[in-house]
Design a binder for this molecule. Structure first.
Ligand code: ATP
Ligand code: MG
Length: 414
């Protein structure tokens, strides 16, 4: 017979052992929970770090799983592709245009990285910066597999808008092509005359003919010099260096009268009338007088030289515009066809159809210089034309470009 107290002792020991086991299990569970919490916190921190790294990229960045469903995207992608949630939507749904998805599909099919530059018409471009008619948009789409610990690899897609670089490159190419063309024409002519003289030096003895040819050569070298000077001026303005402007206060009336004096022979030869109608004769501008002379000279000269028939009227107007100023050069000449208006401020653009451009001197750089010079003064210029009736170039300037105290704004420019 086991004594009663031994049985009780054994039961107590058993109970104590069970209790201890339960305590150990609870403690283990607690430690496991703590470990899990720590792991979750570490995971969340890693995710945050990854997100902030990806969000620091200016390019749109997406990750698609093996089924082509988006699993991650950065802020740039959301800003570009719209605010609707992308997660678990297909790549094609999110990119919208199948052309943009081509590198992704290639990468998924081959398992190899794939990148391409994709040209889209502005209306098909993602994002809101591409207004219709603003030319092709160009996108770099770069897709590459992201290796997974298990299962099929995910694909990361990078989307970069190259439109601005592409446009700049296009402008540069056009500029080089146009400039070479414009320079080659007079150089070829001068070269031709020089060759003639070298082949037949006796021509130099016929003084009147020789002088006439030398005069023509001089005209063409003058044209080359003008093109080079204009190109240097444009490149100085395009350098964006504000220090290229020599800012001073000057009287606009004086500046305009100097220009009219220079153009006097042309005005008289064409029997044109010029009227200066400033709302305040004492207007003073704060700007670079050299550039303002270029601006107004080119606008007035254009009006005169494009209209060789007598009786042309040119008016130079000013009016207050809010706290700023509006200037206009208006003529009643041949005008500019509506189809040409969007292009006249582009370098080397000249309206060919209605104007006998062979007789009218010019390189087509004048208005692009005008536009850049006005923009350098924080102003803007527009052109309206009703051919044969009224062609006006209107300049709007902000307050800081003007110094006079203007009266209340006038009605629309007459
Ligand atoms: P440049 O000024 O370099 O000597 P340009 O006068 O031909 O050459 P812009 O001043 O840039 O070049 O003008 C571009 C074109 O716009 C002109 O060739 C002309 O066809 C047209 N144009 C400009 N102003 C007028 C105007 N007042 N009336 C009619 N056509 C104009
Ligand atoms: Mg001109």
């Amino acid at each position: 017979m086991i004594p009663q107290f031994l049985l009780t002792l054994a039961t107590l020991c058993l109970l104590a052992w069970i209790l201890r086991q339960r305590l150990i299990i609870r403690r283990l569970r607690h430690l496991q929970q703590r470990q899990r919490d720590q792991d979750l916190r570490a995971l969340a921190a890693a995710r945050n770090e990854r997100d902030s790294l990806l969000n620091a990229f200016p390019d749109a960045f997406l990750i698609a799983d093996a089924h082509g469903l988006i699993q991650h995207c950065n802020q740039a992608a959301m800003a570009l592709l719209g605010p609707s949630p992308f997660i678990d939507r297909t790549v094609l749904e999110v990119l919208r245009d199948a052309r943009l998805a081509t590198p992704y599909l290639e990468c998924r099919n081959t398992g190899e990285p794939n990148a391409a530059q994709i040209h889209l018409p502005s209306e098909a471009a993602p994002g809101r910066d591409h207004s219709p008619g603003s030319g092709d948009s160009v996108w770099l789409v770069d897709a590459a597999p992201v290796l997974q610990a298990t299962g099929a690899p995910h694909v990361r897609i990078l989307l970069r808008d190259l439109s601005a670089e592409h446009q700049l490159e296009q402008i540069r190419k056009d500029f080089v092509a146009n400039a070479s063309h414009e320079l080659r024409t007079p150089i070829t002519l001068v070269d031709g005359y020089l060759e003639t003289f070298l082949d037949a030096p006796e021509m130099l003895d016929e003084r009147p003919a020789a002088l006439r040819i030398l005069g023509i050569m001089r005209k063409h070298t003058g044209r080359i010099t003008r093109i080079i000077e204009d190109m240097l001026l444009i490149s100085r303005m395009e350098s964006g260096d504000a220090s290229t402007l020599r800012m001073e206060d000057f009287q606009l009336t004086e500046c305009v009268h100097d220009i009219i004096e220079r153009l006097e022979p042309l005005i008289r030869a064409q029997n044109a009338t010029l009227a200066v109608q400033f709302h305040d004769p004492g207007i003073s501008l704060h700007g670079d007088r050299f550039y303002w002379t270029q601006i107004l000279f080119n606008l007035i000269e254009n009006a005169l030289k494009q209209n060789l028939q007598p009786g042309l009227q040119v008016r130079i107007l000013s009016e207050a515009c809010g706290e700023g100023l509006r200037l206009a050069v208006v003529d009643n000449g041949i005008g500019i066809p509506a189809a040409d208006l969007p292009f006249i401020f582009k370098r080397f653009y000249r309206v060919e159809k209605h104007h006998s451009q062979n007789q009218i001197k010019g390189t087509g750089l004048g208005l692009s210089i005008v536009k850049r010079a006005i923009e350098a003064h924080d102003g803007s210029i527009t052109c309206h034309s009703a051919p044969g009736l009224r062609t006006s170039f209107e300049i709007t300037l902000p307050r800081q470009a003007t110094h006079a105290n203007y009266p209340e704004p006038l009605a629309d420019l007459p």
